[in-house]
Ligand binder design. Structure first.
Ligand code: CNA
Length: 238
């Protein structure tokens, strides 16, 4: 492990345009469960499978059930950034890291101070009326008891990308450009199984691809350095 940490430090020292690509594993050490780990949401029991609840069809057909699950499991307001979020924000301030591309929807990178964040799957912090597009904050949703409604009567929907929904074009373009221009890409805390998000790492053409993840992924063999350990442990050493 020490040897790998030293390799990682050397790679970071040599680089000036680092991009971090992350997923739910970045926030588990803040207390937010991921999807696919053994303690993840997909391994817990609910009335419906979470993959189904978090789909557009389910949202439209069983909106009340969607919100019961969403308020219970997706409320990130009570959590704080951890070592990884904080260290990444520091690296951006130093000018080394140029962007964070995240699949997370919890807003913790920004809470830690990161500025250039591409949220591929949106954010629980933004919510819009489906009818008149009026903005609502996360408190409005998480403090509601029933289906959150706008003053115009429309349903307020979180600006998060549900299964079956497309990603925001500007966000994809920004993320691709950041990854294409990166001299080093650090991937962390993601199973790399959700598409099209995980396909974006294919835009990286350099030879400093680092993968830090507790479980193995299908991309391990493509990385120049693989660390199968916790992000908190690794980032606290940097
Ligand atoms: P995933 O499929 O649940 O994979 C998470 C990966 O992270 C697993 O391979 C774990 O081994 C690894 N992991 C977990 N904790 C750590 C840790 N402390 N250190 C290192 N590795 C760790 O999640 P993905 O992000 O790959 O899947 C994409 C989904 C998950 C996106 O659509 C997200 O919106 C969604 N999600 C987001 C959050 C959040 O915003 N915090 C929480 C849960 C799910």
């Amino acid at each position: 492990m020490d040897e790998k940490i030293n390799q990682l430090k050397d790679l970071i020292n040599e680089s000036n345009n680092i991009v971090f690509f992350g997923g739910a594993g970045v926030s588990t050490e803040s207390g937010i469960p991921d999807f696919r780990s053994k303690d993840g949401l997909y391994n817990q029991k609910y009335k419906y499978p979470p993959e189904l609840i978090l789909s557009h069809t389910f949202f439209m057909a069983k909106t009340k059930d969607f919100y019961d699950f969403y308020r219970d499991k997706m409320n990130s307001l009570k959590y704080e950034p951890n070592t990884t979020h904080i260290k990444l924000a520091e690296m951006e301030k130093e000018g080394k890291l140029k962007a964070v591309v995240t699949q997370n929807i919890d807003g913790l990178h920004q809470k830690a101070g990161s500025k250039n964040v591409f949220e591929l799957h949106g954010s629980v912090l933004r919510n819009y009326c489906m009818k008149c597009k009026k903005f609502y904050d996360a408190e409005y949703i998480f403090n509601s008891n029933d289906i959150p409604k706008c003053e115009c009567g429309g349903i307020v929907k979180p600006d998060v990308v549900l299964y079956e929904e497309g990603l925001n074009e500007d966000t994809i373009e920004g993320a691709i450009s950041a990854i294409e221009n990166a001299d080093m890409l650090i991937i962390g805390g993601t199973s790399l199984t959700v598409y099209p998000a995980s396909g974006l790492i294919n835009y990286y053409k350099g030879n400093k691809l680092v993968l830090i993840n507790r479980d193995e992924t299908n991309y391990d063999k493509r990385a120049n350095l693989v660390i199968n350990d916790s992000l908190g442990k690794v980032f606290s050493e940097l």
